[in-house]
Design a protein around this ligand. Sequence first.
Ligand SMILES: [Zn+2]
Ligand SMILES: [Zn+2]
Length: 741
Amino acid sequence: MNAVARRARVRVTGTVQGVGFRPYVYRLAGELSLGGYVLNDAHGVLIEVEGADAQVDRFIARLPSDAPPLAVVEHVLTEDRPPRGDHGFVIRESVGGELPDAPITPDTATCEDCLRELFDPADRRHRYPFINCTNCGPRFTIVRGVPYDRALTTMAAFTMCAACRAEYEDPGDRRFHAQPNACPVCGPSVRLIGDSSADDPVTATAGALTSGAIVGIKGIGGYHLACLAASERTVAGLRARKHREDKPFALMAPSLAVAEALISVDAPARALLTGPERPIVLAPRQPDAPVAPSVAPGAPELGVMLPYSPLHHLLLADVGEPLVMTSANVSDEPIAYRDEDARERLAGIANLFLVHDRPIETRTDDSVVRAVPRRTILRRSRGYVPTAVHLPGAGTARPLLACGAELKNTFCLARGTHAWVSHHIGDLENYETLRSFAEGIEHFSRLFAVEPEVVAHDLHPEYLSTKYALDLDGVELVGVQHHHAHLAACLAEHGERGPAIGAIFDGTGYGLDGTVWGGELLYGDIAAFRRVGALAPVALPGGARAIQQPWRMACAWLVASGIEPPAAWRPIAELARSGLASPRTTSMGRLFDAVAALAGVRSEVNYEGQAAIELEAACDFAEPGAYPIAVGGAPLVIDPRETIRAIAADAAAGRSAGAIARRFHRTIARAAVEACVRLAGAHATEVVVLSGGVFQSRLLLESVSAALTDAGLRVLVPERLPVNDGGIAFGQAAVAAVSLA
Ligand SMILES: [Zn+2]
Ligand SMILES: [Zn+2]
């Protein structure tokens, strides 16, 4: 040996367990002729390597850069140790004790290597719908407990055959310690219920789909309902049976090329479509997109995803055209995921069921992401959960739980700097979702070893998530105002503490004064806030019914603006005037509803946000105008009464809905920009946070953020967590953590 022997201890932190990191280290050490060991412990991966000086340097240099695809290396710390004369390199048993910070990774789309084998007639897993390896496959949805080991997954009942076992135990193999490893001999299998004569259930399913069937398909996180996207008769039939009148259906395209025929795909959208998370990507629909009108009536965008499980790949390859692939549920119930329950609930909807015998432990919907003009997550679930989001600074001094909001609920558990935001639970308005919520919290507590001592909750006393928090014994409670949670979530996600101006526009949030807030201008940081402005308040005639019936809001705004509503609306106008059953609201979402009704776009809705979505879709982009709107006072008030009077005049004069819609969007954008610029000046800050469900509008978000940037302000928008109420839990956690510091 001509080189001096050197030994180094290397500590790697981040997402480095359950992602093939140890075999990767084993191979790298072997390649560089280094001795030593690698093991998992509570902090991540610990390595000692020994050998020629230059080789140790190479090892340290390549360690982060050549890491396996699912690994996220956060830190590599190196220190020299006295050489011991090790020559061989070994993978040592894990060291127990406290739990790692990232024990479970998200479900990941089938990798290129597995896809090649899937379609290779010579491979032993040719057309096997459960092929996976260390770099891909189910994770979060099959985990029952920790440590992440086959016995604690829903694969426990399947005993590996000799061939699979050999792969599993070989550190040089791509399937070394791949917990869901399986093959046609030993693993799960699919079955077509409703056509037991089928030789190949996947081919038979593809045939049935092609001839117009609606099929319930068990996937990774639950059941989908699938049918041909191009067949109007079939899609309309699915809508009728599912009791879903207008809410857009998601699509699954067999290839990127087909996806590009459906939606406009630029580089960021392409990266999302083909990435390991495989969300539903929302993008503007192509004018001649080959889909039935009933797929997404009135929506300017389509939601498209590419196959993410081997079963999807086989099915889509056989069908060769886009499928509607919508969560299997009736109306607003949560996605079905247990076999008996799914078949019972979906019996009147699906003609056939393509099922399998690998149980789903945690129900997980498809995630929904928009790539442009900014990356915006509308639903964060499969593919993203349970990756931790970091709390800023030192994180939380005590383990905590944040219970989230009522609609689009997620919860969040946190310890130290790690916050685990749950999968999308849904609207906490029925027994099924509430059970998912409570079971989910218990599951996350076990997986991430968080025994909450502090519980954060919304101020709304009637939210089921609030009631859940108030019913817990022996914990310290922290109430967090809804819009402050939006502001704090966005600041914390970006690693900032504020202060900032927050323009938080959404539908409903319980205000500090007990009224319904929703068009809020806040000045504050993660710890505290002041309400420095808001939309002018108006009556919410009939309370919650006004949310389903935008014409009621139109009526309320006409009354507030001094205009006599049409005769048919008179009883509601009286209600609004009297204040009976009509709480006051500053909701921006409800103002959009009112204008949608006044413009003749929509007077009743079938799903949340529908009126605003269709109002945006109606915009005539050739229209250059805007309406007057008053922005002034202290606290600042955005008063749209002049706007409403002008819209009423335009509507009476027969001006098109497209022109009214475009003018209104421009008006609100200008008002928001003017308010933020003024407030930022008054409070000597340069940071503006835009959040809340109203900013799910592509047009509004882009126009406001561009104008604020032009005005020299720094604009923060939620990117890793939903801009809607799915981001509330993380914001509550951030506020509670700071309150403990
Ligand atoms: Zn793979
Ligand atoms: Zn096998």
